[in-house]
Design a protein around this ligand. Structure first.
Ligand code: HEC
Ligand code: HEC
Length: 356
């Protein structure tokens, strides 16, 4: 075993230099522009200044080889039954890895899903996944869309067989895990590692937080004050570095929910219509909004909060009719738009690999 560890390391270093040369050569956005520390060969997790260190599971450390494999898999159509779709079909980089413009997502064979695909951003900081929180690790989450009959609709045997017949993937799994064996568990680990590197921290808001007082317009600044105020209190739920409390709430979207949300997981009627607080990072790029994609614009989302929701049984106390002006609404939207991070949505390290 000791021997194989040494071998793995040598092999990794050999593979690594190829990966990092590719990554650096194709990198167009400079690191200073990104307001981020330089990419290091040893650690592909680029943590923006002022961000806490995310918790990485000790049994799945983020390594460059795993991240590169995860990126390949994220764009790999062979993960779908008919080789037509990949994760990226519903999670597109330009839209912060949400399904821009689609109310709900379309899977293989033109099947219609029932929920809006959320942005994938700063997931390394989140502790629950999916609108109802039914996955508690990214590793667990990642294999579910592959098997979901209305998403990629495949099965473990075909996926493992397809990838195992490919010398390219065998080599990548070898570099990532020390031997060439391909399993669903390893696919999940690699996808999770890639997703953990998808960190956004260079929006105008981040520049402002880092001390550049001119980074936010007057309107956005006032919007931020309202967002954080006791009166409006968006921060009561959209809190922390990823603007989520990782908890579930009914915002009173409907009087009766078609989709039971968190209740499907807990079987507790108190959880009816509760959904996971979504991150608001890049929210300006991820329309339509809410778990069902029922709001086309940020204006309509704000209209909903201003009205105080539709008052169902489980609606959160924090959702109350807001006594704010039209200008206040514009200012809050200006603040939400200041969370847009174009460096994130253009980063070559996250884009479709050249070979695919
Ligand atoms: C057919 C469209 C589709 C495909 C393909 C797809 N997803 Fe998703 N994804 C969704 C939808 C819709 C949701 C929300 C589902 C829910 O909450 O029940 C989602 C949720 C997620 C989440 C949870 C995010 C959060 O904040 O809770 C992650 C992570 C994710 N997908 C990653 C992936 C990965 C990795 C793949 C490829 C293996 C993939 N998705 C393939 C549509 C898709
Ligand atoms: C009680 C907790 C709570 C409060 C307070 C709250 N939100 Fe939300 N927010 C949520 C939840 C939960 C959702 C998802 C609801 C759903 O899909 O049914 C959401 C969704 C959103 C979305 C849609 C994001 C997306 O990707 O679909 C936006 C934008 C938003 N909130 C902004 C705000 C603003 C602005 C405020 C303050 C006016 C606010 N929220 C107050 C919990 C809250």
């Amino acid at each position: 075993m000791a021997h194989s560890g040494w071998f793995t390391q040598r092999f990794l270093i050999g593979g690594l230099s190829v990966i990092s040369v590719l990554t650096l050569a194709s990198c167009q956005v400079s690191q200073t522009e990104l307001n981020m520390p330089p990419l290091s060969q040893a650690d592909p997790m680029v943590i923006p200044a002022g961000f806490p260190k995310p918790a990485i599971p000790t049994n799945n450390p983020v390594t460059p080889a795993k991240v590169e494999l995860g990126r390949q898999l994220f764009y790999e159509v062979q993960l779908s039954r008919d080789n037509s779709k990949s994760c990226a079909s519903c999670h597109s980089e330009a839209a912060s890895f949400s399904d821009a413009g689609n109310t709900v997502s379309m899977g293989v064979f033109n099947q219609r899903g029932s929920r809006n695909a959320p942005a994938l951003v700063n997931l390394a900081y989140d502790t629950t996944f999916f609108w109802d929180g039914r996955a508690s690790t990214l590793e667990d989450q990642a294999v579910l869309p592959i098997l979901n009959p209305v998403e990629l609709s495949s099965d473990s045997i075909s996926v493992v067989a397809k990838l195992s017949s490919n010398t390219f993937y065998k080599a990548l799994f070898g570099q990532a895990f020390g031997d060439e064996q391909i399993t669903m568990q390893r696919i999940g680990m690699a996808l999770a590692s890639f997703e953990r590197t998808m960190i956004s921290g260079s929006s105008d808001y981040d520049r402002f937080m880092a001390g550049d007082s001119s980074a936010l317009s007057k309107s956005a600044l006032h919007g931020m004050q309202l967002f954080n105020s006791k009166q409006v209190n968006c921060v009561g739920c959209h809190s922390g570095v990823n603007f989520t409390d990782n908890n579930y709430h009914s915002t009173g979207l409907a009087q009766f929910y078609e989709d039971q949300g968190r209740q499907d997981v807990t079987r507790n009627p108190q959880d009816n219509g509760k959904f996971r607080t979504p991150s608001l990072r890049n929210v300006g790029l991820t329309a339509p909004y809410m778990h069902d994609g029922s709001f086309a614009t940020l204006d309509t989302v704000l209209g909903h909060y201003r009205e105080g929701g539709k008052h169902n049984q489980t609606q959160d106390q924090l959702i109350q009719r807001l006594n704010i002006s039209d200008q206040d609404v514009k200012d809050i939207i200006a603040f939400l738009n200041s969370l847009t991070d174009k460096n994130f949505t253009q980063r070559k390290e996250f884009s479709k690999p050249a070979n695919q």
